[in-house]
Design a protein around this ligand. Structure first.
Ligand SMILES: C[S@@+](CC[C@H](N)C(=O)[O-])C[C@H]1O[C@@H](n2cnc3c(N)ncnc32)[C@H](O)[C@@H]1O
Length: 303
């Protein structure tokens, strides 16, 4: 879907797309494959790590493979003390940041598997590591076979309500903001965030859609979304497109009309709604049945 949207909004090799809620990096991966540069922002350091690993590991596959044996030795329960070093000691001693991030992520996946599904850490770690390495190898092989010129990635922790970007500097936006109060992203990733050393109640303050209760939560969400839309409008070049994938969630038995709210506010600040596409979603029936793909164009003169 993201690839189709990149095409629809006329983004081509060398252009820059922004996703101010990058999440697990779908926009980044699809842009990278098409040679489109991507700026990805997310308030969650876990999402940023995940998106970086998905798009940057391709640059360091040989180094990842060099470290594999040493890391596996520390992950397996052993009767022998291997110089007292833990898996964390080895990961933090890896000099290359991209390689270090790759192993950090592999470990966090296993920690999540353990906490959420009761899977044994080392079994899960070794299995995930193999899957991750083979996925990066496939990526490298395909990029080589198809002679792809991969887009440049710039993914970092930040806040969609105050983007570290210049006015009129972005060629297109494709994003999916938190769906009102549909999912508590902090709670969802609590184990991994804690393992990364973050204080959950502190980090919660910066997240959209998880603060307050009842009507207060919806009011705070709406205010944050307004600020995020203002920022998207500011950084986008005139005549360019912003695609927002969003749905109405059910909260405390009532449907929260986020889609209508976003269309209304976006049009008030100078976006024109070009298309509103309905998309059925599966698996979240109790809180959401469909989402909308909203394609806006920034009105105004070309530079
Ligand atoms: C619906 S998800 C994005 C999913 C993404 N499209 C993907 O492919 O995974 C919304 C994201 O918004 C992030 N978020 C919440 N508050 C934010 C804020 N103030 N600034 C930037 N990102 C925020 C969450 O961490 C979450 O990753």
């Amino acid at each position: 879907m993201i690839r189709a949207l990149l095409n629809i909004v006329e983004l081509e090799e060398g252009y820059t797309v922004l996703d101010p809620f990058i999440g697990s990096g779908t926009t980044a991966v699809e842009a990278q494959l098409l040679g489109i540069n991507c700026i990805g922002i997310d308030v969650s350091p876990l999402c940023v790590l995940q998106s970086k690993v998905k798009t940057e590991s391709v640059d360091v596959l040989p180094q990842i493979e060099e470290w594999k044996e040493e890391i596996i030795k520390r992950a397996r329960p052993s009767l022998f003390n291997l110089e007292g070093k833990t898996i964390d000691d080895v990961i933090s001693s890896i000099p290359d940041e991209k390689v270090r991030n790759f192993y950090k992520m592999a470990k966090l996946v296993a920690i999540s598997d353990n906490a959420r599904r009761g899977k044994e850490f080392s079994t899960s770690f070794l299995k995930n590591l193999e899957l991750m390495i083979s996925s990066v190898s496939d990526y490298v092989e395909i990029a080589k076979k198809l002679n792809l010129k991969l887009g440049k990635m710039d993914i970092k922790v930040g806040d969609s309500r105050s983007l570290p970007l210049n006015n009129n500097s972005i060629d297109g936006i494709i994003t999916s903001p938190p769906y009102s109060i549909a999912l508590d992203y902090v709670l969802n990733d609590a184990h991994a965030l804690k393992e990364m050393g973050y204080d959950l109640s502190e980090i919660r303050e910066e997240f959209i859609g998880v603060r307050g209760k009842g009507q207060k939560r919806i009011d705070l969400y709406n205010e944050d979304i307004r600020k995020s839309l203002d920022e998207m409008f500011r950084v986008l070049k005139p005549k360019k497109y912003a695609v927002i994938v969003i749905g109405n969630a059910t909260y405390m038995g009532q449907e929260v009309k986020t889609v209508e709210f976003i269309i209304d506010y976006a049009e008030r600040i100078g976006f024109k709604l070009i298309k509103n596409i309905d998309k059925i979603i599966f698996g979240l029936y109790n809180i959401m049945q469909k989402e909308n793909i909203l394609i806006f164009q920034k009105e105004g003169q070309n530079e």
